[in-house]
Design a protein around this ligand. Structure first.
Ligand SMILES: CC(C)(COP(=O)(O)OP(=O)(O)OC[C@H]1O[C@@H](n2cnc3c(N)ncnc32)[C@H](O)[C@@H]1OP(=O)(O)O)[C@@H](O)C(=O)NCCC(=O)NCCS
Length: 134
């Protein structure tokens, strides 16, 4: 958990707290994956699976391990496991300015479904809602 929260702080301006991660992991619909490199957490992905729907709640790769395929691997693993649990559609929100994440999602077949104006606190940046079939 220390390694996960360190990655979260390195990757986001408004990071999830340790207690939020613990709460997340205790939720029955939550599926949480980590990628290990030499025994260290290099990235993680949190997904909710509720009935036929999967929702990507969080995804991050430590800056030292970015651009090596881990983000793609984590997300594909999470989507595959969500499909195994009965989900047929996945969705997520992403900042309009997060070009790395947008590029990852578009290359994995996510399509634009909508926009949530001012979604991200405190900056007020819009969220794009993306979705794809599983
Ligand atoms: C988004 C993130 C998870 C991607 O993880 P990653 O391990 O670096 O990504 P990958 O190496 O698997 O890259 C997969 C594809 O994503 C895209 N991509 C990843 N980083 C990119 C960057 N900096 N610029 C442009 N495209 C990028 C590319 O299409 C890449 O494919 P390619 O390497 O064949 O060109 C990572 O940048 C990250 O943790 N960012 C901070 C947290 C974050 O924004 N999370 C998403 C919140 S919605």
């Amino acid at each position: 958990m220390d390694q996960v929260t360190a990655i979260e702080r390195a990757c986001f301006n408004n990071p999830w707290s340790r207690s939020l991660f613990v709460e997340e992991m205790c939720l029955p619909m939550s599926m949480d994956l980590v990628a290990l490199t030499l025994g260290q957490v290099a990235g993680f992905c949190c997904v909710w699976v509720v009935g036929a729907r999967a929702k990507v709640q969080n995804l991050a790769v430590h800056p030292a391990f970015q651009r090596r395929g881990l983000g793609r691997y984590l997300l594909l693993q999470a989507l595959s496991q969500a499909r195994d649990q009965g989900a047929v559609r996945a969705a997520l929100e992403v900042r309009t300015g997060n070009l790395a994440a947008l590029s990852l999602y578009y290359t994995l077949g996510f399509c634009l479904e909508g926009r949530r104006p001012g979604y991200y606190y405190p900056e007020g940046e819009d969220a794009l809602v993306l979705g794809r079939d599983l």
